[in-house]
Design a protein around this ligand. Structure first.
Ligand code: ATP
Ligand code: K
Ligand code: MG
Length: 665
């Protein structure tokens, strides 16, 4: 599998692959370097990516965007849900598992899909796009997510990828992925070595403001190495807030100006939002711009204009929040603005002049650079990370470390062991500790037991977030007759992907080699009193996480595969129809041209009337026929026409032979 990185954006997603010793962006079926993150449902098939965007205006109720916002969201998170419903015309519903899903019309009937299925639909289309462009099989992928994604959302990404027949080898934070790209392509980073332990890293602030989210990370760079020192974010700050501010402004204006209320008409409002986004982009360059939408509703054309100044006034509440994520990141990194060596802007919304200006003030006039590609840096970093996991692709070693966003505690049951001060829980991974990280912990146990992994501090995560992350069962513990307990060693790990796990568990026994020849080496000198333990038996570890069960995953994967088959069938039917139509036109032209000397009047008449009949059929009953029917009719027609074609080809061959012969003589 070719290594793939997917920047799963709220508006657009970007695909990168490593090939020819570099990292390339993959273009989609219409040669765009980014693909709309959108899924639409139709009477016969789905419209995913570009097709979804194209059909959106005429299919608003059955088109779903904001996939990344609703992915892994619980229905309990009502305030989040209410915000997302503003941006999604399809109806958001509660799925059987208490997650968020949609109800849409698909194949002429109401159907429900979970947000995980929706993301899977987008990922499976992405997989095909990448396979078509690279002509290589695609399985392994690294997908990027916002730093604020909790464990539930990260498992949802994992499940969605698997449903789409991808292997999510890693999930990494967006700004971390962009930082990796920065680190890979900057030639002049400080070199840390044994001889120069004191050399200072370069400190860079990476600011990503996209369509829905704003993240700032402070990163320390050495050559071939980076460490995230702090990350701050505003979950609800992005281009879509600006688009809606503009759209709502015009809705109000048009109420009095044209006596229409566009907010009551989803299709019309959608078009206003789309035009508002365009207007916003123009205002990043020009100081004023006109605005118009033809026949927006009730056959009314609307027209207006907007000045950049007025836009800035309109979004002043948003602009006042620009400093938030930067301050949070600096706080977590425990450094001041002056210690930052440079600032990199990525994400589309950092192009807004007023936002740039605010950032510039915040960083005391320091230049705001975009030395890495603003739109593509995240996907490229992800593709590189995917390559590091590949057994066949060789990439240079690169070390990167992220930072733990939430404190996490491991908790286990009390067992009746006469252990003084037996503790039953431990905050293993405090907020701000580096990740990945492994902690080894030994517990006396009298039998099989379970461990619960929870967020430590409800205040660190949003109110409605489930505090309980996962449950782990450790079994296979057996005691000797005279034993009250046995020491069990757990390897606890926080992964770069944001998962907290128990990597493995062993029972321990006293090291037999030590009792046999005690205290020979220096090493054992200090702890000669304590018995030394070694691993004895590997225990079984079973987890219950947010991930959906194997059985459910298998079923959902099958459902996705069937929907893909249906999409492909519709595509192929369309191709067959087009080729049949083309054949009719070509044959008609040839009957009047090339074929004239080889066709009898009788044959010609017969064929021409058949052509007419088939053409009529195509525009009536045959408008919407099956793939087989187009093929059958195509075959029937060519069976009649082929003898004529053969006579023609034979004559051409003879002519060529005669020509060759005369050239020879
Ligand atoms: P997110 O990161 O929130 O998931 P995303 O990755 O899809 O979203 P980007 O592709 O980084 O977002 O940026 C898209 C946003 O940037 C859109 O709101 C778009 O309108 C906006 N944008 C793009 N170009 C410009 C521009 N020249 N001026 C203003 N805004 C722009
Ligand atoms: K993007
Ligand atoms: Mg983004």
């Amino acid at each position: 599998s070719i290594p793939v990185g997917i920047d799963f954006g709220n508006l657009n997603s970007i695909y990168a692959v490593t090939r020819n010793k570099g990292i390339d962006i993959v273009v989609n079926e219409v040669s765009n370097r980014s693909t709309p993150t959108i899924v639409g449902f139709g009477e016969k098939n789905r419209f995913i990516g570009e097709a979804g965007k194209t059909k959106q205006a005429s299919n608003v109720k059955n088109t779903v965007g904001s996939l990344k916002r609703i992915l892994g969201l619980s229905f309990e998170e009502q305030s989040e849900l209410a915000i997302e419903q503003n941006y999604v015309d399809a109806q958001l519903i509660k799925t059987q598992e208490d997650n968020v899903g949609v109800r849409v019309n698909y194949l002429n009937q109401p159907q429900e899909f979970s947000s995980t299925q929706l993301a899977a639909m987008f990922f499976s289309k992405s997989k095909r796009t990448i396979e078509d462009e690279t002509k290589a099989p695609v399985t392994d992928a690294v997908i990027t997510v916002p730093a604020w994604y909790g464990e539930k959302q990260r498992y949802a990404v994992h499940d969605a990828a698997k449903m789409a027949d991808l292997n999510p080898v890693n999930i990494i934070n967006e700004t971390t992925a962009a930082a990796i790209t920065y680190g890979l392509f900057k030639p002049d980073l400080p070199v840390k070595s044994k001889d120069t332990p004191e050399v200072k890293p370069r400190i860079v602030g990476i600011i990503d403001i996209g369509h829905s989210t704003y993240t700032c990370s402070i990163i320390a760079f050495y050559q071939n190495e980076l460490k995230v020192l702090g990350t701050g974010y505003d979950k609800h700050f992005g281009g879509r807030n600006i688009d809606y501010a503009i759209a709502n402004h015009f809705v109000e204006e048009f109420k009095s100006k044209y006596k229409i209320d566009i907010s009551t008409n989803p299709k019309a409002f959608n078009r206003i939002v789309a035009s508002s986004e365009k207007l916003k982009k123009v205002l990043s360059v020009n100081t004023s711009s006109s605005f118009s939408v033809e026949s927006v509703m009730d056959d009314i054309d609307v027209k207006s204009e907007l000045a950049r100044e007025d836009l800035e006034e309109m979004i002043s509440p948003l602009l006042s929040k620009v400093s938030g994520p930067v301050e949070l990141a600096l706080n977590q990194a425990k450094i001041s603005v002056d210690k930052i060596d440079s600032i990199e802007l990525i994400g589309g919304t950092t192009r807004v002049p007023a936002i740039k200006q605010q950032l510039s003030q915040l960083f005391k006039g320091r230049p705001l650079a975009s030395t890495i590609n603003q739109d593509e840096a995240i996907a490229k970093g992800a593709a590189f990370v995917c390559a590091t996991h590949s057994p066949i692709v060789r990439v240079r070693p690169y070390k990167f470390q992220d930072i733990n966003p939430y404190s996490v505690t491991y908790e286990w049951e009390r067992q009746d062991i006469s252990e003084p001060n037996e503790i039953t829980s431990l905050e293993v991974f405090p907020k701000d500790c580096p990740i990945p990280s492994t902690k080894i912990f030994t517990l006396p146990r009298s039998g099989d037991f379970s461990v619960h992994i929870n967020y430590t501090n409800p205040l660190e995560v949003s109110k409605s977030t489930n505090q309980k992350l996962s449950r782990w069962h450790i079994h296979g513990i057996s005691l000797e007759e005279d034993q009250e307990s046995v020491p069990v060693e757990l390897r606890l790990r926080s992964e770069i992907s944001g998962f907290y796990i128990i990597r493995d568990a062993y029972t321990l026994k006293q090291d037999p080699s030590i009792t046999e020849k005690p205290n020979t080496g220096e090493k054992n000198h200090n702890n000669s009193q304590k018995p030394k333990y070694v691993r004895d038996k590997r225990l079984n570890v079973k987890s219950h996480t947010f991930a959906i069960s194997h059985k459910a995953l298998k079923e959902l994967k099958k459902i996705e595969e069937d929907m893909i088959k249906q999409d492909i069938l519709v595509e192929e039917t369309e191709e067959r129809k087009n080729s049949f139509e083309e054949y009719i036109y070509n044959l008609r032209a040839k009957l009047e041209g090339d074929y004239v000397p080889f066709v009898s009047e009788d044959e010609k008449e017969k064929l021409q009337s058949l052509l007419l009949q088939e053409e009529d059929w195509l525009y009536e009953d045959g408008e919407d026929a099956s793939k087989e029917e187009y093929m059958t009719r195509h075959d029937a027609l060519s069976e009649l026409a082929d003898p004529i074609r053969r006579r023609y080809l034979e004559s051409e061959k003879q002519k060529q032979l005669a020509k060759d012969a005369s050239n020879l003589s």
